[in-house]
Design a binder for this molecule. Structure first.
Ligand code: 16G
Ligand code: MG
Length: 555
């Protein structure tokens, strides 16, 4: 960095002192904290994003959101050129940057990092960072801090996309770097055109018309409801009633996280909604769950991320097998696409059994989108979902070009064949479903299209398999970093002895399964237990909480 650049950085960073007594850490979803503590962090992430743009010669994204956290929190995360999460190799730099005690320490860090990573400032045509924020009031001033950080790197441009969902921002970054239009309008366009295609190729036949076109969506009082309301005006097929569009408190008794964890109706829903298909988005619309209201109660039948995954897997497997079979029923050997499913330890055991019964390859990764996404990208068609409703489907470049060729070929030889339709459907799914990151809006449209294709009600979908009862608890301990896990968080290797004790407890319960892991977003250890009855799952979870106390000590 030249002297002018160094003096700009020194000067601008002195305007954003870090709060005392706080340690920031770039967790599974970036930095998160009470919004009042975040100005310096966001400013510094702005600098990081501009450097990343220089280094990758691409547009980078910076999103200000704390997702499903309470409204007083906020957060910041970076989207890489592909639209995916920031490369893990830069995370330690993000941590160091956020915690540098003063401007001089910050400058030294930047100098060292620029040398180490060999970041070349000269000859970069454009240095650009797309900025987005959710509806949190604190977002406005934090965006300003981000702009100051970005523009502290000479020549860097901060392009403000305004209030957007997290997946919209990731999508825009990806599109821009692919040379296609990166506006909200083009995002909606892509969703609507591909949805239309899926609906156009719905098999005609004896339909029971089980699936109603009525859907009620809980927008978590966040950005998702607002965007869905806009999208809806261009959607003729569905009648969507969007509730919790932003007049209430964000994430308070509403949203996908609440619905999935509490298994209760969100605010604004009640017994009158019994029998209607309902969905819930989280605060920044990157999670989606479905549910139906149980008669005369505030309880729900939850259709979580695992079931969305199962629905997608079933549909995609069917389309791939139509395509790989030839007209005479013999397998077409021209391309054998690999189809893989990625879950975490939180996936309900019944879902994993179901997917395996379908003959699918199921693999596990630790919690956090970056791990699932990376794994899913190893397949031609990789489907990943967390039980909490975050997930998507990734298509490899290979399969996409093969599908293009195949569909053109079939268009001239057998236009109305099932194979041709299957190829077109798969291409449409690859455009409808967000290739950058899990996206509640695009996921919702794909669910709706598949239900319509299958002619399935939400009940029929929910009955794919019966969830095993489960219980999640969180425990505040003296030091959660003392918990070290392995095998995709299914076993604990430290503290020594605790895994044996958990195994002994678990063995007492039919179909018992239990694991603990340190949270990446809160100062707690999480306990998950599953068993054949709710009482057993509760009891297993509570006994393991006691073990956590014995080995780690409650705070
Ligand atoms: C973050 C992750 C989510 C994960 C959750 C776990 C992203 C974008 N989000 O929200 O995937 O399920 O953290 O939280 O990666 P926990 O570590 O507190 O249990
Ligand atoms: Mg979220």
């Amino acid at each position: 960095m030249n002297e002018q650049q160094r003096s700009i950085l020194l000067d601008s960073s002195s305007r954003f002192p870090i709060p005392s007594g706080v340690k920031f850490s770039y967790g599974t979803s970036g930095f998160r904290a009470d919004a009042s503590l975040l100005e310096s962090t966001v400013f510094r992430v702005g600098i990081l994003a501009a450097l990343r743009s220089i280094h990758t010669r691409s547009v980078i994204g910076l999103m200000i959101t704390a997702s499903h956290n309470e409204v007083s929190d906020n957060g910041v995360k970076v989207a890489d050129p592909s639209g995916g999460m920031l490369t893990q190799s830069w995370e330690p730099f993000a941590d160091a940057l956020a915690n540098a005690p003063d401007s001089h320490a910050l400058l030294k860090l930047l100098d060292d990092f620029v040398k180490e990573e060999n970041i070349i400032f000269e000859g970069v045509p454009t240095v650009e960072v797309f900025l987005g924020r959710d509806t949190r009031p604190s977002g406005t001033s934090l965006v300003e801090a981000a702009k100051q950080g970005i523009t502290s790197i000479m020549g860097a441009i901060a392009t403000d996309m305004g209030v957007v969902t997290t997946p919209q921002l990731h999508w825009m970054v990806r599109s821009k770097n692919k040379g296609t239009e990166a506006s909200e309008y083009s995002y909606f366009d892509q969703l609507l055109v591909s949805l239309r295609c899926l609906l156009d190729y719905i098999p005609q036949g004896n339909k029971s018309n089980d699936v109603s076109d009525k859907l009620i969506v809980d927008g978590a009082d966040g950005v998702g409801g607002e965007k869905l309301e806009k999208l809806k005006t261009r959607l003729s097929y569905l009648k969507i009633d969007v509730r919790n569009r932003g007049d209430g408190v964000l994430n308070e008794g509403v949203g996908a996280d609440y619905v999935q964890k509490e298994k209760l109706v969100p605010r604004g829903f009640g017994p009158v909604d019994t029998g209607i298909r309902c969905a819930s988005l989280d605060g920044d619309a990157d999670r989606l769950v479905y549910f139906s209201v149980l008669p005369n109660s505030n309880k729900i039948d939850l259709v979580d991320g695992d079931k969305i995954l199962s629905l997608f897997a079933l549909f995609l497997k069917e389309q791939l097998s139509i395509l790989s079979g030839s007209e005479d029923g013999k397998a077409n050997k021209s391309y054998q696409a690999s189809l893989g499913v990625v879950q975490t330890a939180y996936a309900n055991g019944a879902s994993t059994d179901y997917l395996k019964q379908l003959g699918l390859e199921v693999v596990f990764t630790p919690t956090g989108v970056k791990y699932l996404h990376e794994k899913a990208a190893e397949y031609d068609v990789g489907i990943y979902f967390e039980a909490n409703g975050h997930g998507t489907v990734l298509f490899s470049e290979n399969i996409l070009s093969w599908l293009e060729i195949k569909s053109n070929e079939l268009a001239s030889t057998s236009k109305d064949s099932e194979q041709h339709k299957a190829a077109l459907r798969l291409l449409a799914v690859s455009k409808l479903i967000n290739q950058a990151v899990g996206d509640a809006l695009s996921g919702l449209l794909l669910v709706e299209a598949i239900l319509k294709h299958m002619d399935w009600s939400i009940d029929k979908w929910s009955e794919l398999y019966q969830d095993l009862p489960s219980r999640q608890l969180k425990v505040k301990v003296v030091d959660r970093t003392a918990v070290i896990t392995a095998n995709a968080e299914t076993i604990v290797v430290r503290p020594t002895g605790i895994q044996d004790a958990i195994d002994v407890e678990t063995a007492k319960y039919p179909q018992g399964r239990c694991f603990i892991r340190p949270s990446g977003t809160e100062d707690v250890v999480r306990v998950y237990a599953e068993a054949s009855t709710q009482e057993a799952a509760d009891s297993l979870a509570h006994s393991v909480v006691k073990l956590v106390d014995q080995f780690l000590g409650f705070k």
